[in-house]
Design a protein around this ligand. Structure first.
Ligand code: ADP
Length: 449
């Protein structure tokens, strides 16, 4: 049974359009050709008859008028062949030339199996020349059928060709669909085979493969992130479990309970920090468009330094400030978090009696925040991985310093959400410089003096 579903298939729709266009083209071309051939055939017969009529007319011109008139009367009164005009009185004789508009003043007509031409002869006579056209009609019918059969054959060949070419055109799309169906969260390594694709489909396949590359990378990152996060959470959980089991294993003094409780508290606050950092990253990933407000960057950095100063004093680290006043649009609390992370690292990984220099500079194009320390530095091999989530240069050193390996990735994400960049240069053993570069606002208003 006919189903409209066929018209939801691209291949059938292409075939239907192709068939329709082919039909119109063949019918149009065949119709025109047929009309032209038939017309030229009739024109040839008419010319032939007209030529004969003109010869007859020429001969009649030589016959004297009275003889002609007597002859015409005789022809009309005698029963004769069907070709002569019907006698008046039987049916009124209509002069075929009465309405002839042709310049040569002749009329033509088709009467049964005859083609006839009428020409005005001398002395108001009418010359009629005709010939049977059965043979011509048969030839024209044969020609018509030949054209119909040829048209149907061309149409069939065209439809088969169209079906084949649409199959070829759609095959790559079907292959892409099959590959896409095979791809799942577990088999993201599959790619569309592009060999033999036409240019347009190749670029589509390429776009699909690039998208799969990105998806695969992001799936991998997510898998890695989940694995790292659970690994990170296991340590404080293990500490809490061990401390509570130890405390409960036998009756203990108040001091011993307190000692185990403090361990539990430290582990819990570490878990909370980890949870907060993960939540921040998840929010930034989900919504990278932050709410922006203009604020004074120098005062933000000053606040951050004031807050962290006690930590620096604990380690006898000196903080030097060089701040140029600069008002720029941004998310104040987020940028504060990024600067806090850089400052705490600069103190954490510094040496005793070391220095941290913080500079804010503005130029026509950009605003920079530079945090330089005189600490342990970072090995060159670690620099490309430094901003990866949960990455630590030295696991033991970083964990004892209370690091989770998320601080720099959060700072980088925040800076990126401000269309800026965060980069690092470092010399192992002599310190590191972290540089935030932000676009300068078009018109940075001068702060009131
Ligand atoms: P963490 O919370 O472990 O500090 P970060 O993402 O902030 O995590 O830093 C990642 C790693 O980069 C750290 O483990 C540390 O080894 C290294 N690092 C970060 N800042 C500095 C610095 N200023 N000097 C030396 N090493 C640093």
């Amino acid at each position: 049974m006919f189903s409209w579903k066929l018209f939801h298939s691209l291949r059938w729709r292409l075939q239907a359009w192709h068939g329709l266009i082919l039909l119109l083209a063949i019918a149009g071309f065949g119709g025109m050709l047929h009309w032209e051939l038939t017309k030229s055939h009739w024109d040839r017969i008419d010319e032939e008859l007209l030529g004969a009529a003109r010869i007859l007319e020429g001969s009649m011109n030589a016959v004297p008028g009275p003889i002609l008139e007597a002859l015409s009367k005789d022809i009309i009164s005698r029963p004769g062949p069907r070709r002569r005009p019907p006698p008046s009185g039987d049916r009124p004789f209509r002069d075929p030339l009465a309405n002839a508009v042709d310049r040569n003043r002749y009329a033509r007509q088709l009467r049964g199996p005859f083609r006839e031409i009428f020409v005005r002869g001398p002395h108001r006579t009418l010359i009629c020349v005709g010939r049977p056209i059965l043979g011509d009609q048969a030839r024209m019918t044969t020609m018509t059928w030949t054209m119909i059969v040829t048209g149907i054959t061309v149409m069939c060949i065209g439809l088969v060709g169209g079906w084949w070419s649409s199959k070829r055109a759609i095959e790559p799309i079907e292959r892409m669909g099959q590959t896409a169906q095979r791809i799942s969260g577990h088999s993201l390594s599959e790619r569309v085979e592009l060999a033999g694709f036409d240019a347009e489909l190749k670029s589509l396949g390429l776009a699909l493969n690039t998208m799969l590359d990105r998806l695969s990378r992001s799936f991998e990152q997510q898998r890695q992130f989940t694995a790292d996060a659970s690994h990170e959470l296991r340590t404080p959980l293990a500490v809490m479990l061990a401390a509570s089991e130890l405390a409960l294993s036998k009756p203990r003094t108040a001091e011993e309970y307190r000692e185990q409780l403090v361990k539990c508290q430290r582990a819990a606050s570490r878990m909370r920090e980890l949870g907060d950092s993960m939540l921040t990253l998840a929010r930034l990933d989900a919504n990278p468009v932050l709410e922006m407000q203009p604020f004074e960057l120098a005062s933000l950095v000053e606040d951050a330094v004031d807050t962290i100063r006690p930590l620096a004093e604990e380690k006898s680290v000196r903080i030097e400030l060089e701040l140029e006043s600069c008002k720029l649009p941004g998310n104040r609390s987020m940028l504060r978090q990024a600067i806090d992370n850089l400052l705490s690292n600069a103190i954490k990984y510094n040496v005793v009696d070391g220095t941290v220099s913080v500079r804010v500079k503005r130029s026509e194009e950009r605003v920079t925040i530079e945090v330089t320390d005189t600490g342990v530095g970072i090995p060159a091999a670690a620099i490309p991985l430094l901003f990866d989530r949960f990455y630590r240069v030295d696991e033991s050193r970083s964990r004892t310093a209370g690091g989770s390996g998320l601080g720099l990735s959060i700072a980088k994400r925040i800076v990126e959400c401000h269309q800026g960049t965060l980069s690092v240069t470092s010399n192992l053993g002599s310190g590191s410089t972290f540089l935030i570069e932000l676009q300068a606002p078009e018109k940075v208003p001068d702060p009131p003096t």
